[in-house]
Write a protein that binds this ligand. Structure first.
Ligand code: GLN
Length: 490
């Protein structure tokens, strides 16, 4: 399919980027008058312009961001600092922001403007976070490299010949390249954790139903979560405690009280940690990642924690289970994009049936079409039992097995990805090889449990390695505290 036309800006050196003060220290600086919010926004806009060749942003809301910054600076003078004053946030192009376009990085939603904001977005705006723009991603969140966008690939700022991961690739690069403090991404099967690993960031996928999905363009509704990409655990916790919790617009959100995560970041227990030899011995695992993960487990052991090997033979079924189920859900969710109600409509058709067909053929990217077709197949009368029902059964087995492990252990530690950031174009012709990138991230998605990726050193090429930590459902407070402890330990 033809890509939407965008001229590729000239490549510059990422050294010309202006570093942002970490959000954790920013409020003090604002209060002392050492920096203004307008300075911060200017820096972000400068970096977005300088880093245009990275293709991280699809739309930048520069004037609005500047105005909001000016308002916050005035508030600072009255000494009344709003909770998220100074925080610049970018949104994956799957999250609605009232009166702004949203396109799922796909041609099919061309011209669509959100009539309301996603609850998570609104909660940030209410605390005076500044939304700086919408970020590039794989169409509808379907992909692991950000190459399946109608607007061209995103480049990893550490090595522009490599992918940033996907599908929240633009969201990761925006934080990596100091274009914003935080990005809200989405994680259905790893789309926040995997780009975080490839870009050297913190990426949290919360428990399913911890954060409202209202205003998130649906991919696979029983897996979709809004996730957070940031530089530090502290910033991640700050955002989570604001956006999590019940919402009248999404009845699936849990009513469990939302802990004050930022007040609980101190970890002083002896942790019981499980790891899966089957994951570490997988033939697809890059040796440097195996070595680094093993070294981390050894460090934990030496620090007095209980670290034990646990069998998880279901790992090999996780990927097929995931791809059967998400494609089934996607085929149902994406039926609404038909050229009749909103977005792109093919102008070449004469009959109504022709219009539907041409609109969907021209509007959706190749990967999205592949998934709609596969999903329709596994839901069709003849194959439903053999594929869809079977995958649901395996989903239950995986969920129960992980719950059993968490009856004994506090955390499961494993690599986030089998490889570090790969070259652009390496797997675009081989979807199955691309799906392998999600090997370690899909189990947490299948079980609906929280999982975080944190930086864990680099490989022989200096590319970041991610360490993944999973916790039981609604265990974000412990998970964040342990992740914080790990970042200090490693
Ligand atoms: N790469 C996975 C997929 O394509 C995960 C995507 C996601 O989490 N949105 O389904």
């Amino acid at each position: 399919m033809k890509k939407e036309f965008r001229r590729r800006p000239k490549e510059k050196n990422t050294d010309s980027l202006d570093k942002l003060p970490p959000f954790d220290q920013l409020q003090a600086l604002l209060q002392q008058g050492a920096i203004t919010c307008e300075d911060i926004v200017d820096r972000c806009l400068h970096n977005i312009a300088q880093g245009a060749y990275l293709n991280a942003f699809l739309r930048v809301y520069a004037e609005e961001a500047k105005q909001q910054a000016a308002t916050i600076d005035q508030m600072c003078q009255t000494n009344n600092l709003p909770e998220l004053a100074g925080m610049v946030v970018g949104l994956k192009d799957l999250l609605c922001y009232k009166d702004h376009p949203v396109q799922a990085a796909s041609k099919i939603l061309r011209g669509f403007v959100s009539q309301f904001s996603a609850t998570a977005v609104q909660r940030l705006v209410d605390k005076h976070a500044i939304i700086v723009g919408h970020q590039n991603c794989d169409q509808f969140g379907m992909g692991s490299s950000n190459e399946a966008s109608a607007f061209g690939p995103v480049r990893n700022a550490l090595d522009t010949t490599r992918v940033p991961g996907g599908s929240s690739g633009g969201s990761a690069v925006a934080v990596q390249a100091h274009m914003c403090h935080v990005s809200l991404g989405t994680d259905t099967g790893g789309s926040v954790r995997q780009p975080a690993a490839f870009c050297g960031l913190v990426g949290l996928k919360p428990t399913y139903a911890r954060i409202s999905r209202h205003g998130l363009i649906a991919y696979a509704s029983s897996f979709d979560t809004i996730g957070i990409l940031s530089r530090t655990i502290q910033t991640c916790a700050t955002v989570l405690e604001i956006i999590a919790g019940p919402d009248d617009f999404d009845s699936t959100v849990s009513h469990r009280p939302v802990p004050v995560y930022t007040a609980q970041l101190h970890f002083d227990k002896r942790a019981k940690v499980a790891y899966f030899p089957v994951a570490l011995e997988h033939p697809g695992l890059q040796p440097a990642i195996r070595k680094q993960t093993q070294a981390t487990l050894d460090t934990l052991l030496r620090a007095g924690h209980q670290v034990e090997a646990v069998d998880f033979p279901l790992l090999e079924y996780a990927l097929p289970t995931y791809y059967v189920l998400v494609n089934a859900e996607a085929s149902a969710n994406l039926a609404r994009f038909d050229g009749v109600r909103y977005g792109y409509r093919s102008s070449e058709s004469i009959t109504v049936a022709d219009m539907y067909q041409k609109t969907r053929t021209q509007g959706f990217g190749q990967e999205v079409q592949r998934r709609i077709l596969t999903g329709t197949f596994v839901l069709s009368a003849d194959y439903y039992e053999a594929w869809y029902v079977k995958a649901q059964q395996v989903r239950r087995l995986i969920k129960e097995k992980l719950e059993m492990i968490f009856a004994t252990y506090d955390f499961i530690v494993l690599p986030t990805t089998p490889t570090t950031a790969f070259k652009i174009g390496a797997y675009t012709q081989d979807p199955l090889a691309m799906y392998l990138a999600d090997l370690y991230t899909v189990p947490a998605s299948i079980a609906g449990i929280p999982s975080i990726s944190i930086p864990n050193g680099t490989d022989e090429n200096g590319l970041p390695i991610g360490l993944q930590v999973m916790a039981p459902a609604f265990g974000e407070a412990q998970l964040l505290a342990f992740a914080q402890y790990l970042t200090l330990l490693l």
